[in-house]
Design a protein around this ligand. Structure first.
Ligand SMILES: Nc1ncnc2c1ncn2[C@@H]1O[C@H](COP(=O)(O)OP(=O)(O)OP(=O)(O)O)[C@@H](O)[C@H]1O
Length: 287
């Protein structure tokens, strides 16, 4: 379990932050909110890059910060892995050297395993400038995981990548999160991405967090009022007794419609579909 209680005000601004968050170990949490809401600041408080005078952070059994009792673990002692949008690899080191930098004495197996899962072995002797954006980000994610972090923080890690690469890396992230039983917090503005990867959403508004919610509840507070438009994206497909419920992103709205097994099984997550209404029964058609 992770507990974060923090109040912070920047010297140069009137922006006040106040967080009170509890996250289960092993959760994959989507951190969602407007630009400037305080998402990156929350990450900076967790990593120790921002020191605040009124903070308590406990990660599993260890207190990282307790300002009342003068406890403040330095950033290098906090078991946090971080991945940003802009790769941040050492340019003059090969992929293997970049990975080894993150390795502690007892994590040599992890380096090997993670490289295997993310298909990095064939890139070991390449330098960052020889890699594509997706390859660089694979290395950055692997490097963060090799540190065997208690919390993995992802700050819009995939937003610079094209759709196909993004989907591939989402699969890697999902696999790595499960395999190493990480507690992962990911800032993302991409609703389908949050649906695909996260079991909870942490909404941040104007410097404060709201309660954690499931993506389905958070993005779809009133399922009966969904508006049908021509095109949509498949977010999830769930079996409910003998029918299937398909959740779709239509423009910025999420709706659910029922369908039969044949159609449900032909759909793929993230796929674009079109919707029409025939005799009051919604029909999903593939493009
Ligand atoms: N070093 C700083 N000094 C003063 N104010 C800051 C500082 N860093 C952040 N802020 C303020 O805190 C607010 C939250 O910033 P933060 O970067 O956490 O937002 P965000 O939700 O991550 O935004 P985005 O999605 O655009 O990255 C901003 O409105 C900004 O004005």
């Amino acid at each position: 379990m992770i507990h974060i209680k923090s109040k912070h005000q920047f010297d140069t601004s009137h922006f006040n932050l106040s967080f009170d968050i509890s996250i289960d170990k092993g959760a994959f949490v989507g951190v969602f909110g407007d630009s400037g809401a305080g998402k990156t600041t929350l990450f900076n408080i967790l990593t120790g890059l921002i020191k605040s005078n009124d903070t308590f952070i406990k990660v599993n059994d260890t207190v990282w910060v307790d300002t009342e009792n003068n406890i403040n673990l330095p950033p290098q002692k906090r078991k946090v892995g971080m991945v940003f949008q802009d790769f941040a690899l050492f340019p003059h080191q090969t992929v293997l050297q970049n990975l080894k930098y993150a390795q502690s004495n007892d994590s040599s197996n992890t380096l090997d395993e993670v490289s295997e899962i993310m298909h990095l072995k064939e890139l070991y002797s390449s330098y960052p400038h020889q890699l594509s954006g997706g390859q660089k980000q694979r290395v950055a994610i692997a490097r963060a995981v090799i540190q065997e972090p208690e919390i993995l923080l992802l700050d819009e890690p995939l937003s610079a990548l094209d759709h196909q690469m993004r989907e591939k890396l989402q699969e890697y992230l999902s696999e790595i999160h499960r395999k190493y039983q990480l507690t992962t917090l990911m800032i993302s503005h991409d609703i389908p991405e949050i649906y695909k990867l996260c079991d909870k959403v942490l909404p941040i508004e104007k410097g404060q967090n709201k309660e954690l919610q499931s993506p389905l509840v958070f993005f779809n507070p009133n399922p009966l009022q969904g508006k049908f438009k021509l095109k949509g994206k498949v977010l999830s497909i769930q079996k409910a007794d003998i029918i299937y419920i398909v959740t779709l992103l239509i423009d910025k709205e999420v709706i659910q419609i029922t369908t039969n097994e044949t159609i449900a099984k032909s759909l793929v997550l993230g796929e674009n579909v079109s919707i029409s209404i025939k005799a009051f029964q919604p029909i999903i058609e593939k493009h």
